[in-house]
Write a protein that binds this ligand. Structure first.
Ligand code: GDP
Length: 428
């Protein structure tokens, strides 16, 4: 991590005697890294007591503690003890499972989730794998706990990249103009008149957004058969979707969602982006009566069942009606997509949910979920560790996703779920 081998590396336990403090700079943040020199474990070293005392001092003075475990050796009793003591300090903790370049380590790594330290990062200090992610995690966590004066906290805030996608002429450019409060993007009622993709930075309530308009992906020359139009605009949208955190799927309120809208929406879903469905030109449907909102939403949901998590907004780029809702919603979705649920909270939730609704799995009885962990963000990804190797019944997986969504308020983002058999040492 310090980019050097200053710490003495040796295969015999207990060879690091000193607590070495080294400055580390990463992602614009600076911190001191202290190697505690082997806190626990049997050592013949007469200096062991001293080492332990030094290590304890290091812990007492630390803002954040990284517990390193030996993935090749697997979870050992000492890890439990150390983890418990570290949790009692109340300090932010990270768990780094080392030596995961070794196959044995990868098999046992899931056991380490039981230590209740979150997140669990798999690294290989020798090969350098996972070290960048560990540094990212340290900087992130320090940023959360430190005050505004800290160099860590002064990092640039996260930017949300927004792709505005939809069929030609639904009002994408008009919406971008609305959002930017200026006539920056050429608007015309001729399909295909916006030639270039536009990247616009935007700050709202101190949050930074970058808006990508994709209208220009579709060239006027390509207006040929229906099939070809479809292909061109979905392909254009695909690129923007790939770059985005949040996708604004603009549909025309007066015509309703079409097959092509669904194709673009499907792309966003598969890519794991956040999605908000914006029904534009709502001014044109005002005269359809008060029930139309409901009818429109039901039809849209029916056409795009897979986007059941995406909020639907009724707006008018022309009058500006409810347009401010768009940024507010994008911001919420962007935040939800990056949200990390602490493992203890997740498992408390899981205990309640599974007590009332035990898992169902095709061809397997007595499936139990032992514990769960969030292993990824953007989109949030959860692993459920079970007693036997299995998958959940489709409807049960859906149920879990919905419960996670409503309980932890994951607005507008897909949620990924994986079922894994809890690792048993020496078995798999
Ligand atoms: P794009 O191709 O999706 O970028 O669509 P544009 O923004 O170029 O808009 C296409 C046409 O729809 C233009 O004539 C706009 O004036 C019109 N339009 C856009 N938004 C609205 C709206 O909210 N209400 C109405 N009535 N017309 C709109």
């Amino acid at each position: 991590m310090t980019g050097s081998r200053r710490a003495i590396v040796n295969a015999t336990a207990g060879t690091t005697r000193d607590s070495l403090a080294r400055p580390v700079t990463w992602g614009g943040a600076a911190f001191q890294l202290l190697d505690s020199g082997g806190l626990y474990g049997a050592s013949e070293d007469p200096l062991h007591e001293l080492v332990v005392r030094q290590g304890q001092r290091a812990i007492a003075g630390a803002d954040l503690i990284v517990l390193v475990t030996d993935g090749r050796e697997g979870l050992v009793g000492g890890d439990q003890t150390i983890a418990r003591e570290l949790r009692e300090t109340g300090k932010p903790l990270l768990l780094a499972v080392n030596k995961t370049d070794d196959k044995r380590a990868r098999d046992s790594s899931t056991d380490f989730y039981t230590l209740g330290i979150d997140p669990v990062l798999e690294i290989s200090a020798e090969h350098g794998t996972g070290v960048a992610e560990l540094l990212d995690a340290i900087v992130d966590r320090l940023g959360e706990v430190s005050g505004p004066q800290s160099p860590v906290a002064s990092q640039e805030p996260e930017e949300t990249t927004v792709a505005i996608v939809g069929r030609p002429n639904v009002g994408k450019s008009s919406l971008v103009n609305r959002l930017l409060h200026e006539e920056r993007v050429l608007v015309s009622d001729m399909p295909g008149t916006t030639r270039d993709a536009i990247d616009s930075p935007l700050t709202w309530h101190h949050r930074r957004f970058r808006i990508v308009d994709t209208a220009g992906m579709r060239r006027p020359g390509r207006v040929a058969t229906g099939g070809q139009i479809e292909w061109v605009s979905v392909a254009g949208a695909k690129k923007a979707i790939g770059d985005a955190d949040v996708v604004v799927l603009v549909v025309d309120a007066s015509t309703g969602a079409t097959e092509q809208d669904a194709a673009i929406g499907g792309e966003a879903d598969r890519a794991g982006r956040g999605v908000v469905i914006v029904a534009n030109k709502w001014d044109l449907v005002k005269d359809r009566g008060p029930k139309y909102s409901q009818v429109f939403d039901e039809e849209t949901r029916h056409r795009m069942r897979f986007l059941d998590y995406a909020p639907i907004l009724h707006v008018s780029a022309m009058t500006g009606e409810r347009a401010p809702k768009i940024l507010e919603t994008i911001d919420k979705i962007g935040e939800a997509r990056r949200r990390k649920i602490p493992t203890p909270k997740l498992n408390k939730f899981l205990a309640e949910v599974t007590a009332a609704n035990p898992p169902t799995s095709p061809g397997r009885k007595h499936v139990r979920i032992m514990y769960a962990a969030q292993v990824g963000v953007a989109p949030p990804k959860f692993v459920f560790f079970t007693n036997v190797a299995t998958t959940f019944h489709f409807s049960y997986e859906r149920f879990l996703v919905n419960q996670l969504r409503s309980f932890f308020d994951f607005l507008g983002t897909p949620i990924r779920v994986e079922v894994r058999r809890r690792g048993k040492k020496g078995v798999n």
